[in-house]
Design a protein around this ligand. Structure first.
Ligand code: HEM
Length: 189
């Protein structure tokens, strides 16, 4: 990948991934407000906004992080399976996307119910649900781990480099054991 294109891809990846983390932080604050508040209007607003943030920010950024991550891996020397930290992020990202899509159904139900209940304050307060807090908290922890892995890029677990080294040693040993045709004095066509 040309250096300029690579910088662009990395900028897109960091913007999407860290933007996703920030949006999850905002969702966690709204989820806590929705769960802890005794104000029915705040509960309604929290669940309605959680749906909007989920649909228009979390889901697009999660997919953007995954796609730009794949471009940054496959288009550079990092590769997809050469380093455990890249592979770990891929698994974490795929897991987070699946859970996010399932969570969107829960938040869709909560927001739909919050929009329908117009008169009963009690009904709105009964809607309070720990699921958004649990999901946002777990997602925040997972994305913090992914960000830390990305910045530190742990060296001790470089699967790909070890494999390359092993392969090079094997081919060197094979070359010593069997001399090439020219070394053996044969005429190579
Ligand atoms: C789970 C969410 C993710 C977060 C929060 C995240 C975060 C980051 C950050 C902050 C960097 C910049 C590190 C630096 O330049 O020092 C980075 C780079 C990178 N990420 Fe991710 N990432 C995520 C997902 C992925 C996925 C799914 C892949 C692979 C499929 C991936 C592959 C890479 C690669 C290869 C780089 C280095 C790119 C380069 O140097 O050109 N990331 N990531």
């Amino acid at each position: 990948m040309a250096p300029l294109v690579r910088k662009f891809a990395l900028t897109a990846h960091v913007t999407a991934s860290v933007g996703w983390l920030g949006a999850v932080g905002g969702s966690l604050a709204l989820s806590i407000a929705g769960l802890a508040s005794r104000d029915p209007q705040l509960v309604r607003a929290a669940y309605l906004m959680l749906k909007v943030i989920g649909e228009f920010v979390l889901v697009p950024l999660a997919f953007a992080s995954l796609l730009t991550g794949l471009v940054g891996s496959l288009g550079t020397q990092w590769g997809l399976f050469r380093h455990y930290w890249v592979l770990a992020k891929l698994v974490m990202n795929l897991f987070a996307v699946i859970v996010l899509l399932l969570y969107m159904q829960t938040i869709g139900y909560l927001a739909g119910a919050a929009a329908k209940i117009t008169s009963s304050s009690r009904g709105l307060l009964e809607l309070r649900n720990p699921s958004p807090v649990v999901h946002a908290g777990a997602a925040l922890a997972l994305l913090l781990v992914a960000t830390t892995l990305s910045v530190y890029k742990p060296r001790g677990i470089r699967y790909g480099l070890r494999k390359q080294h092993e392969q090079r040693s094997v081919s060197r040993a094979a070359a010593v054991a069997t001399p090439t045709a020219s070394q053996a004095g044969e005429v190579v066509p």
